[in-house]
Write a protein that binds this ligand. Structure first.
Ligand code: ING
Length: 316
């Protein structure tokens, strides 16, 4: 019996800072209903899908900062999304900003949850690669203050058995780091889901601006192919509070081929049939990790954080 999932990438256009959680959730529910009508078993939403991407702003007041976070999930505002998912029998991946009090102190994370077709939270992931800086750059047109507002994720890169396959998550900048994909790959991931808020302009490296869409797809296509997994990468796109963000949400096959891609910068659903058994040809041959990987030669990957001195020795 084939393990084919119909997967929807639910790209979002901008969420204005004036838009309430309820209004954002209504957009998510609207896309969930449409995706189900298109036959989707699973819908993947962007990073920070409930609010504007506030790490683009310098925020000093703690209460103002905390207002952008969810203290519980589901909350009153998001419960209707869970209820709709359970009613329609569709799973979903949701990116949001989490304020956690379970350890007795306030901890803030850039978080994603995977919810199954019965509306149950199967798993949670907290963003590990936080880009940008914790410093105010007033000379920049916008900030990226994820290192200031979020703690580094403390849940690793787990893979869960659910919906007939092995599913994993990462968030935005994580996709640029092959380690994120490989840790999922070493758990046999068959469907990797991620959301992103990626500005068109990078104030530190303006010379790469026209390559941002290419680098987005390059990262996801390489990660999918090199780990024999499907990948669903979903943007919060368009001009959000003065920051132009890329779209081009996509669904990528284990071959690395893009099989579905958004073509607007707004709320847009793209759907693909993801036959999880198509991972096997890559996992069993080209990327049969057990037969081909040589961890005894990969020591630097764990020993070094930053690049260091070359190890080459000149013979003779
Ligand atoms: N955003 C961007 C991303 O990794 C970025 C930050 C953009 C880093 C371009 C490097 C180059 O897609 C988030 N939220 O991580």
């Amino acid at each position: 019996m084939s393990r084919t999932l119909i997967v929807a990438a639910a790209q979002m256009g901008p969420i204005p800072r004036s838009q309430s959680r309820q209004e954002a959730v209504a957009r998510l529910i609207g896309m969930m209903v449409e995706a189900r009508r298109m036959g989707a078993d699973l819908i993947v939403y962007p990073e920070a899908a409930l609010t504007a991407f506030f790490p683009h702003w310098w925020i000093e007041d703690e209460a103002e900062l905390d207002a952008w976070f969810e203290r519980e999930m589901p909350s009153a505002a998001t419960q209707p999304l869970f209820d709709t998912a359970a009613r329609l029998g569709i799973g979903f991946k949701l990116g949001y900003c989490e304020l956690d009090m379970t350890t007795g102190r306030k901890r803030r994370f850039n978080t994603a949850i995977l919810v199954d077709r019965l509306g149950r939270i199967v798993g949670k992931y907290r963003k590990i690669h936080l880009p940008g800086t914790d410093r105010h750059r007033p000379e920049h047109p916008f900030q990226n203050l994820e290192k200031r507002y979020f703690e580094i994720g403390d849940l690793g890169f787990p893979v869960w058995e659910t919906m007939g396959g092995r599913m994993g998550m990462m968030i935005c900048n994580d996709r640029r780091w092959p380690e994120s994909w490989r840790v999922l790959g070493l758990q046999g991931v068959e469907l990797a889901m991620l959301g992103y808020n990626t500005p068109v302009h990078n104030p530190n490296t303006p010379e790469t601006d026209d390559l941002n869409n290419f680098h987005n797809h390059l990262s996801v296509q390489a990660g999918a192919y090199q780990n024999g997994t499907w990948a669903v990468a979903v943007a919060k796109a368009g001009l959000e509070e003065g920051v132009d963000q890329i779209g081009q949400s996509c669904i990528v096959a284990p071959s690395g081929e893009i099989v579905a891609q958004a073509s607007t910068l707004g709320d847009e659903i793209v759907v693909a049939r993801c036959d999880l058994d198509r991972c096997a040809v890559y996992k069993k041959h080209i990327f049969d990790f057990a037969r081909h990987r040589r961890p005894e030669h990969y020591g630097l990957i764990l020993e070094r954080t930053g690049a260091g001195e070359p190890l080459g020795k000149t013979p003779g």
